[in-house]
Design a protein around this ligand. Structure first.
Ligand SMILES: [Zn+2]
Length: 75
């Protein structure tokens, strides 16, 4: 299975998806998974990725495939 997914018309890898959610580059990202929920804004599919924004942090970010909505479980 390919790691690449399409988000808002762009092909993304786990790392570029994490960067879209974080708004800046990340240290490391795990693989992309389908989140078990729909986007609260548009009802689209939501992808989930765990990543490290810095050496000491690990967060799980979620991003809609169809619109700008995203969130993280970090602070
Ligand atoms: Zn959406």
């Amino acid at each position: 299975m390919s790691e690449n997914r399409v988000v808002q018309g762009r092909m993304v890898t786990a790392e570029t998806l994490a960067e879209l959610i974080e708004g800046e580059s990340v240290m490391e990202a795990e693989s992309i998974e389908e989140a078990d929920r729909a986007c609260p804004d548009c009802g689209g599919s939501v992808l989930e990725v765990g990543y490290m924004p810095s050496v000491t942090e690990f967060v799980v970010g979620r991003k809609c495939q169809d619109c700008d909505w995203s969130e993280t479980d970090g602070d």
